[in-house]
Design a binder for this molecule. Structure first.
Ligand SMILES: [Zn+2]
Length: 178
């Protein structure tokens, strides 16, 4: 298990809403993600007109990746929508003998590294993860990103109730705005 230190819950008005959205979306997806061994994810964003918080997904991905729009301008969102965070599941324990992009994939299920870190650092958005044990994690990117010289950022478990992981199908979000 990880020895990562805990992450404090966000305490600003908007931070609380963002964190609630991420927890809600991940709690709807982690069960089926674990059952299938497939990552699910999405983006948390603010509508700049209404100031409401919304989420995309849960989008179904692959065993060790999910496309939440990371290759698109503004994460594939409309002009008036500002990405604030992204979320995804880590359904698998460590795997060392699988291939990803024709390279050996060394998955570290309780870390936020590699491509995960690049998305948050490059986009300057928080990254939320639900691990297969039902824990809820947050990564905060370093405040200043200098090309390939990313700082370590901050990563750890947020003290929310463990998510139930028994669901066999994705539960649609029970709300659409926070
Ligand atoms: Zn990941």
């Amino acid at each position: 298990m990880s020895d990562a230190p805990g992450q404090p819950k966000l305490t600003t008005v908007e931070g609380i809403r963002i964190e609630a959205a991420a927890y809600h979306m991940l709690s709807r997806a982690i069960g089926v993600s674990k059952t299938e061994g497939i990552e699910y994810g999405g983006v948390i964003y603010r509508n700049e007109t209404t100031k409401q918080i919304h989420a995309t997904g849960p989008i179904k991905g692959e065993p060790v990746t999910v496309d939440v729009g990371q290759h698109k301008i503004n994460l594939g969102l409309g002009d008036n929508l500002k990405p604030l965070a992204w979320y995804h599941t880590h359904p698998l324990y460590e795997l060392e003998n699988i291939q990803f992009n024709n390279e050996p994939a060394k998955l570290e299920w309780d870390k936020f590294i590699g491509g995960d870190k690049e998305i948050s650092d490059y986009r300057q958005i928080m990254g939320y993860v639900a691990t297969r044990d039902g824990r809820f994690w947050r990564y905060d990117p370093p405040p200043e990103v200098q090309d390939s010289n990313y700082g370590p950022g901050s990563w750890g478990v947020v003290n929310f109730p463990r998510m139930r992981t028994g669901a066999k199908e994705v539960m649609p979000p029970s709300q659409t705005a926070w």
